[in-house]
Design a protein around this ligand. Structure first.
Ligand code: NAD
Length: 260
């Protein structure tokens, strides 16, 4: 099995891309630690993994809270005595609004979960990854990396851009410890993240674009699936990607090349 004996930690694992990745890592032999805020959602995925003979642990923690994420990582290592793979995936779209209506608390919440949450997850995991080497995969987006036309998504796109700089900085810092760091940039993927987006008064912003359906060239408009993204995550975390670090990979069916 590709990931036999390895422990993979995934934040935001209760739904969407995180859940699909947890299932695929477990199928490939990893012991999976799933972190999220809602224990019931995580427990359901643990049940799915156990039903197929895999091993999984669900821990509730808010990635933006240093003590919570530190304790979850400590509990992981106390349970399984090692940590090999970190998929820092938890994130929110947050509030999308004209700049003057984007309140400081909206901004801080998005930065706190998407960017500070990534920093905290990686920071507290690194001492354990360094013991034997490992792989970190961070979820960014087409927004903030190739797409800047979703006016109003300013806080979100800023976090997604910053995650790339963060990943490149630590890829170099951690290289001598054989810890690889890479970033995935999904386009439209069929998850529920959009339902939790709060959009305010975007029609009031000049230049606001309503994107027509059907703008994903590779699939004639069909969004990608969480499973397709998970396959990329597994590849980047695997020994097959042993010489790949400090880079981003877009998984979007060329959507971002068209939309920009
Ligand atoms: P999702 O909403 O199903 O999953 C996100 C998960 O993160 C949820 O389970 C949620 O509970 C969890 N989460 C949110 N805040 C958290 C916190 N503070 N602490 C711990 N867990 C928290 O959506 P998804 O699309 O599967 O994943 C979202 C991630 O994917 C984000 O990082 C987002 O930027 C990125 N992304 C998604 C798309 C897409 O189209 N779905 C496109 C580009 C990037």
């Amino acid at each position: 099995m590709q990931f036999a004996d390895r422990v993979a930690l995934i934040t935001g694992a209760g739904s969407g891309i995180g859940r699909a990745s947890a299932l695929q890592f477990a199928r490939a032999g990893a012991r999976v630690v799933m972190i999220g805020r809602t224990k019931e959602k995580l427990d359901r995925v643990v049940g799915e993994i156990q039903a197929m003979g895999g091993e999984a642990l669900a821990l509730s923690a808010d990635v933006s809270q240093p003590d919570q994420i530190r304790q979850a990582i400590e509990q992981t290592v106390a349970t399984w005595n090692r940590l090999d793979i970190v998929f820092a995936h938890a994130g929110i779209n947050g509030v999308w609004a004209p700049l003057e209506e984007l309140e400081p608390q909206d901004w801080n919440k998005t930065i706190g979960i998407n960017l500070t949450g990534t920093f905290l997850t990686v920071k507290y995991a690194v001492p354990y990854l360094k013991r034997q080497g490992g792989a970190i995969v961070i979820t960014s987006s087409v927004n903030g990396t190739r797409v800047f036309s979703n006016i109003g998504a300013t806080a979100y796109a800023s976090t997604k851009a910053a995650q790339i700089a963060f990943a490149k900085m630590i890829a170099l810092e951690l290289a001598e410890c054989r810890v690889r760091v890479n970033v995935i940039c999904p386009g439209a993927i069929t998850t529920d993240i959009g339902e939790r987006t709060e959009q305010r008064d975007l029609e009031a912003v000049s230049g606001h674009v309503e994107f027509p359906q059907g703008r994903i060239p590779l699939t004639d408009g069909q969004p990608g699936t969480p499973e397709q993204v998970a396959q990329l995550v597994l590849f980047l975390a695997s020994d097959a990607a042993g010489h790949i670090t400090g880079t981003e990979v877009w998984v979007d069916g060329a959507e971002s090349l068209l939309q920009g």
